[in-house]
Design a binder for this molecule. Structure first.
Ligand code: GLA
Length: 347
């Protein structure tokens, strides 16, 4: 029995993977056993695919056509190809993990350097997206089945919803999202799904803004294939009714839905604590399978953000040890795993 086999009738099962996982035989065995999709936790983000040295040393040459470097990305692409596991591309246009110099005139690294103008940034964006997609589609055809084209453009603390601090928003303006998807559509191979991805998508304000500012305009131009709900949840805190509402709301827009970064922050490793975690995972997977079965959301993938407890980013982020996954530190199957694999049978 494995996650991917149990869920095969419904959706792909995935996990994020790190460089450490790629260097571990044990991790690779687990990956092949349980998952039909992987996402590189970091190395396919802009900061890793931009060639820092070349761009900074030779800004005239690369001003509107940034130099790229795929050495780090290849590790994931090679593994996915060899093991016939599908790969989610994550991510092309994001305010985070994209170097500040990328947004500056002449790729300058000094703090006072002015930002590049809109036309230059749109040219850099197009060239970056084109370069990345052409590379993966030429050297690894068919390996990447979905891209998070834009990550996290909406913010709950902004009155109108736009994340004003994003350097994409600052340099290009609010149509940066449309342009990113226009370029992605132009260069993406047929059959590759284009996703908008965001966190706290269960928040009612975010749900509304994502629908109005992002999904509707993209759908009008036929640029969007899917909505990514990151789903970083908190045990006994995240509101599952609102979560379900968002799932159905995005689902009703006729796009694919992928749960792209699932984890449930949980700090109590005792039997009781882990039982509570299992109950919340059980509730979540019931919501997902039901929505899929009843045609309320076309969920095509559920990806965990981390393979096992001790590798989760949450311990660092929340500054307290977290036990959020289905697998313990030594890949032992937790109560949450046992509950999750039982869900399809009971519905
Ligand atoms: C966001 C990003 C992910 C990852 C997590 C934290 O959700 O989309 O790529 O960086 O934050 O690990």
């Amino acid at each position: 029995m494995s996650l991917k086999n149990v869920y095969e009738p419904y959706f792909k099962m995935g996990t994020s993977v790190s460089g450490r996982n790629m260097a571990s035989l044990k991790a690779k065995r687990e990956l092949k056993k349980h998952y039909s999709s992987i996402t590189a936790e970091n190395e396919m983000k802009p900061m890793f695919m931009l060639d820092w040295k070349a761009n900074i040393e030779n800004p005239e040459k690369y001003n509107t056509q940034p130099a790229l470097n795929f050495d780090k990305a290849r590790v994931y692409l090679d593994f996915a190809k060899e093991s016939k596991i599908a790969l989610r591309g994550h991510t092309l246009v994001w305010h985070n993990q994209t170097p500040v110099w990328f947004f500056k005139e002449d790729y300058r690294t000094d703090e006072d350097a002015p930002f590049a103008d809109r036309d230059t940034m749109l040219a850099r964006m197009e060239s970056f997206i084109k370069g990345v997609l052409n590379f993966v589609q030429t050297e690894y055809p068919g390996v990447i089945y979905a891209w998070d084209v834009v990550n996290e453009a909406i913010e709950e603390n902004e009155e109108d919803g736009w994340r004003k601090k994003s350097l994409w928003y600052k340099t290009v303006g609010e149509d940066f999202v449309l342009w990113a998807f226009r370029f992605a559509r132009k260069y993406a191979a047929e059959g590759v799904s284009l996703f908008y991805n965001d966190y706290n998508t269960f928040d009612p304000f975010k749900r509304e803004k994502i629908c109005d500012l992002i999904l509707k305009p993209l759908l009008k131009e036929k640029l969007l294939d899917g909505m990514g709900m990151q789903s970083h949840l908190i045990l006994n805190d995240s509101d599952m009714r609102e979560y379900e509402k968002s799932l159905h709301c995005f689902g009703s827009m006729g796009v694919e839905i992928q749960i792209t970064e699932l984890d449930i922050h949980a700090t109590d490793p005792s039997e009781n604590g882990m039982k509570q975690l299992a109950v919340m995972y059980d509730e979540l997977f019931r919501i997902l399978v039901k929505a899929k079965k009843e045609g309320l959301a076309n969920i095509t993938n559920v990806t965990f953000w981390g393979m096992k407890d001790d590798e989760s980013w949450l311990t660092g982020f929340r500054k307290e040890r977290s036990y959020p996954m289905l697998f313990g530190d030594n890949y032992e199957l937790k109560e949450a795993y046992h509950m999750v694999v039982k869900v399809p049978d009971t519905l």
